[in-house]
Design a protein around this ligand. Sequence first.
Ligand SMILES: NC(=O)c1ccc[n+]([C@@H]2O[C@H](COP(=O)([O-])OP(=O)(O)OC[C@H]3O[C@@H](n4cnc5c(N)ncnc54)[C@H](OP(=O)(O)O)[C@@H]3O)[C@@H](O)[C@H]2O)c1
Length: 384
Amino acid sequence: MISVCLLGASGSIGQQTIDVMLKNPNDFDLRAFSIGRRTRYIKGILKKFPNVKAVCVQDKKSYKYYQNQYTDITFFYGDDGLDNLIKASNAEMVVNALVGFVGLKPSITALENDKILCLANKESLVVGGEIINKLLKEGHGKLYPIDSEHVAIAKCLAVDNQNVDKIIITASGGPFRNLRRDQLENITPEQALAHPNWKMGKKITIDSATMVNKTFEVIEAYYLFGYDFKDIEIKINYNSYVHSIVRYNNGTYRADVGKPDMRVPIKYAIYQGLTDYQTVVTDDLNSIKNTAFGEFDLERFPIVNVANKVMKEKGTMGAIFNASNEEAVKAFLNHQIPFLGIERIINACLKKQKNIKNPSYDDLKKCDLSTRLLVKQMILKGEY
Ligand SMILES: NC(=O)c1ccc[n+]([C@@H]2O[C@H](COP(=O)([O-])OP(=O)(O)OC[C@H]3O[C@@H](n4cnc5c(N)ncnc54)[C@H](OP(=O)(O)O)[C@@H]3O)[C@@H](O)[C@H]2O)c1
C-alpha cells in the first residue's frame, strides 16, 4: 500500500488516476488531492477516499467555503497551496496531473522532498527539465512519466536498451492530418477540439492539433532518456495503437502496442514500472495487426523543429516556448487569433525573448510572466 497525493484530481488524467486507484484499493491510499476551479468534484472524491486529510483548491473563496464545510480536513489554496499540500500530506507518491506551467513548482517540491513523482504534467520537463534532472541525479526522489509515448519507450528500453538506433515517437497526426498547410489557417477551436483517437483536456487537445504536443514529447524524451533530436523520429500511426517504438541497429523494431487508454500508462507509472507488460518485436512495422504508419510531414508542422532549439540552447528557451504556447492557445480558444497564429506567436517570442542560461526556478517564473505579457501585447497590436 502506497500513500498518494494527487494534483489535478478533476482533470482527464486526474479522474483516470482515481479510476485506477479505486480498482486497486489495496495498493493505493489517497491522502491528499488538489482541484482547480471544478470544486464540485471534492465531495465525491472525499466520499470514495475516507483517508484524505488535506485538499488544495485554486482560489481563496473556495478555500474558505470548503474549510468551513469539512473541519477535520486541512485546506490550502493557490500555487503555494500546492507545495504546502505535498509537504502536509506526507504521501510517498505525488501524481502530478496539473496542466501548464503551474505544475513545475510542485514537481520540483515533490523531488526535493524525495517523493516518487508520477508525472503527467509534461510542461514540467519542457520548462524545467534541467532542474528536474539535476535533482534526480543528486538522488532526490524518483520519476515515472505518465505519457503513453514515454511509457512505451520506457517499456521497450527496459527489455533492451543496447544498440539503439532511433527512438520513434508515434503520432496520430491529429484531426488535421489530411489537410494541406494552407488549409490550416482557418481552422476553428471547435474543429481543433475534436481529436480523432483520444479524449483529453482542452489545452493538450489543441497542442495535439498544432503538433506542439509532439514537440513537447520530443523534449520530454530528451530529458527522460537522454536521446538527442537526431536520434528521435516521429512516425504517424493512424489509430494510436502503437504507443511508440525503439529501432535497434540490427534493423528490428520493438514496440508497445495496445488500445489507446491512458489508464495503461497511468498504471505503469503508479506501479513504478512493475506491472505486467509485453513489447512486440518485428522487422516490418506494418505486420503489426490493424496498424498503418505514415511519414510525419515536417514541412506541414515545422513547429517540431522548436524541440531541437529548446534541447540545444536550454536555459529559459523551454519556458519561452511553453508560456507563449499557453497564452496563444488561450487566445485561439477565445477566437482572438487564427490557428496558425499560435505557431507564429511562439516563433516570434523565441526570437524576441532573451535566453538565460542555467536558470533557477525564479528565473523560469520571471521568464514565464514576461513571455505571457509579450504575447498579450502582440495580440493587442495584431502581431500574429
Ligand atoms: N489527457 C491526456 O490524455 C493526457 C495524456 C498525456 C499527457 N497529458 C498531460 O497531463 C497534464 C494534464 O492533462 P489533462 O488532459 O488531464 O488536463 P485537464 O483535464 O485540463 O486537467 C488539468 C487539471 O489541472 C487543474 N488545474 C489547471 N490549472 C490549475 C491551476 N492554476 N491551479 C490548480 N489546478 C489547476 C485542473 O483543475 P480544474 O479543472 O478543476 O480547474 C485539472 O484538475 C497535461 O500536462 C497534459 O499535457 C494528458
